[in-house]
Design a protein around this ligand. Sequence first.
Ligand code: ADP
Ligand code: MG
Length: 291
Amino acid sequence: MADTIIEFQNVTFRYEGDEGIVLSPAVKDFSLKIGGGEFVAVLGHNGSGKSTLAKLANGLLLPESGDVLVDGMNTKNEDDDIKIKQTVGVVFQNPDNQIVATIVEEDVAFGPENLGIEQSEIRRRVDGALKIVGMYNYRRHEPHKLSGGQKQRVAIAGIIAMEPRCIILDEPTAMLDPVGRKDVMNAIKRLNREMGITVVYITHYMEEACEAQRIIVMDDAKLLMDGTPEEIFSDPEKIREIGLDVPQTCRLAEMLKNSGIKITGNVLGIDELVENIDSLLRGQQNVTSCN
Ligand code: ADP
Ligand code: MG
């Protein structure tokens, strides 16, 4: 793995309850390393601690015990706060809460302007960021007139323009229609593949999680699983036990298996599953009927 960009070391975090009531931890004894250039998806049912994790990762929240290191900098060290927030950018669920200007390109320029970057450099970053998310042609548009997916891509461009090494997206597609979801997902994949930005992608869409190289599963404030999509979904029962679904391809493969057809190999990708079924229909040997 390349150099570690985010490291959680036995992190516990508790929100403050009303009137001194002690709440149970939202994140408990959590340890994790994310390497530069990785694309990691985070799964977990509602309330399992995913958003808290995102906020701990760039110093929006600080651990009660344990440490969070961003590129070696401890988030508890106030002197590094700006550098940490520049290194790890966060995109949240609701794009409407993240738009600050009345013209798309001004919105994207907002972050770098606050960093005191010079105008010609801002121009370069804004254009580059809008191109990578496929919103360059909308640069003179009014953000509030865009679709949810377009707004979210503008919000992502705003983060990219600050040139973070890592971007955390907290259910950025939850409020979008299927087309918007796909466009946002494609933009995120490009950030990772073409710009080498580390992506931490929190989602409740299993199909989206399968696009990552690595999936982390949270359950009740703790890390439950950490592996490749194939590893994670090789045990569909375990996934269902904690209230999550499995990808449709995985379910179809499971149903075929249950009806006595042996499906081999990794069947998470649609192409692989189609290949499996195709071989099955041709009666080839890698798919055999089991009695
Ligand atoms: P997720 O993003 O996986 O749904 P969260 O990180 O938002 O989970 O929440 C983890 C736990 O912390 C939940 O029990 C939730 O109710 C609680 N929690 C989240 N935000 C707050 C808050 N501001 N005050 C008190 N409790 C909170
Ligand atoms: Mg959340």
